[in-house]
Design a protein around this ligand. Sequence first.
Ligand SMILES: *Cc1c(COP(=O)(O)O)cnc(C)c1O
Length: 210
Amino acid sequence: MRAGRCNADVRLLPVTKTHGPWAVEYSYKYGLPAVGENRVQEAVEKRALCGGLAIRWELIGTLQSNKARLAVAHFSRIQSVDRVKLVGVLQRQCEEQGREKLPVLLQVNAGNDPAKHGADPADADALLEAALSAPRLEVQGLMTIAPLDADPGATRRTFATLHEIRNRLESAFSVRLPELSMGMSGDMETAIEEGSTLVRVGSALFGERA
Ligand SMILES: *Cc1c(COP(=O)(O)O)cnc(C)c1O
């Protein structure tokens, strides 16, 4: 309650990348509905090793167009939709695979990270417009990653900016974008204070990555 928010508003996405199937099984055992992975190939292999475990898989890493077919086949939701071209590729893959709905988040580079993870904030409107015109894509909200090594003020500004972009897009397009996926092991408290609905946590749960 420190941020004046009730626990039910914020959910946890355990990030199992670089960890074996045990991390997915652990998440399942504790009742978590989904896990996050940042590489398509790694997730597909891990998923096979997990048998038919009833857990959802979410893609949180950059998606190359040539991996879109696999991504649509294996992921419940894609959080890393960052360019108009990818919207078209995903729409086409949904049609080819007979997938009626693909929930997505639009990834925005709200902290102007020079590493350029996500769409430039100035391109967010065009990206949302494209995604809303793709009938098989269901835009549920936005995602961001704070710049690595940012000072605490810059991290907070990144999250506040994503929140503002979300509010602005909701009014401009008359749509609801309820999901704000922001915050990782090192900055989740700040993200929650700035309105995160989903924190993506890896190392704080499963230990440092190999
Ligand atoms: C790895 C990763 C995380 C989790 O990072 P931790 O610092 O281990 O909690 C969250 N989001 C994305 C996009 C990631 O790639």
